[in-house]
Design a protein around this ligand. Structure first.
Ligand SMILES: NC(=O)c1ccc[n+]([C@@H]2O[C@H](COP(=O)([O-])OP(=O)(O)OC[C@H]3O[C@@H](n4cnc5c(N)ncnc54)[C@H](OP(=O)(O)O)[C@@H]3O)[C@@H](O)[C@H]2O)c1
Length: 212
């Protein structure tokens, strides 16, 4: 698999980078503070660099940064992102008093759709946003078969992201292709269930699963 660039070194960025690197992929983290990440991640196979260099290094870029400001930040990167795949894992939510997702920023739409509209030369693929970060790179460790969704307009980009999901340990039968990027509305809204799920079940890894 070609180099994968991940923007953001938080919980999601760390989980994805660690799992991909362990499975043999070349991973670059794009961060606002490469020096800090190099120090903290010393001894791992993950390379840290600034956001512009990380975008240049791969044709598959994962957005693991805050969803509520992603539209503005990625729109400003439109020229550099042209021709690439943007794998959007983020959810655009407002914060409740407890700091957890409290509402949707884009009611009647979704971040995925708005990113695709703002970046017509980029293939935006929404995925992995219906689970806790700790389940993203270790789905087989869950007690029952999880589901991961794909929402995107570009068929070829979806095929590339299926390869990425396989490298993260996702079985082909666990992947549900929901259709175009407009279907990201449904999966992004799942973020509103997360605070109460954490309250009810605790912080053990979980993923949405479709039983049928
Ligand atoms: N946590 C979960 O379980 C989970 C599950 C599904 C989806 N998501 C979504 O995934 C995204 C990341 O979540 P997370 O839990 O990893 O968040 P996080 O721990 O807060 O990490 C986000 C990272 O983004 C970067 N960042 C923060 N503010 C930024 C800004 N203003 N501009 C650019 N970069 C900024 C930072 O990395 P640097 O300091 O390295 O730049 C930060 O570590 C969110 O959109 C979230 O909704 C999270």
């Amino acid at each position: 698999m070609n180099t994968i660039s991940i923007l953001g070194s938080g919980r999601v960025g760390t989980a994805l980078a660690t799992a991909l690197a362990q499975n043999g992929a070349a991973v670059v983290i794009g961060t606002r503070d490469p020096e800090r990440v190099r120090t903290e991640w010393a001894g791992t196979d993950v390379e840290a660099t600034d956001i512009h260099d990380a975008i240049d290094r791969s044709d598959v870029i994962i957005n693991a940064t805050p969803g509520d400001t992603s539209l503005e930040r990625f729109t400003a990167l439109a020229d550099q992102l042209a021709g690439k795949i943007l794998v959007d894992v983020s959810n655009a939510t407002t914060r409740g008093d407890d700091g957890m997702p409290g509402g949707l920023v884009y009611q009647g739409s979704s971040l995925g759709e708005l990113l695709q509209r703002a970046l017509p030369d980029v293939a935006v693929v929404k995925t992995l946003n219906t689970m806790l970060f700790s389940a993203m790179g270790s789905p087989a460790s869950l007690g029952s078969a999880p589901t991961v969704f794909l929402s995107a307009d570009d068929i070829d980009a979806k095929a590339r992201v299926r390869e990425l999901l396989a490298a993260l340990g996702w079985d082909e039968t666990w992947i549900v292709d929901l259709g175009g990027i407009e279907t990201a509305r449904g999966t992004e809204a799942f973020a509103l269930l997360v605070p109460s799920l954490l309250g009810a079940l605790g912080f053990a890894p979980f993923a949405l699963s479709i039983a049928r």
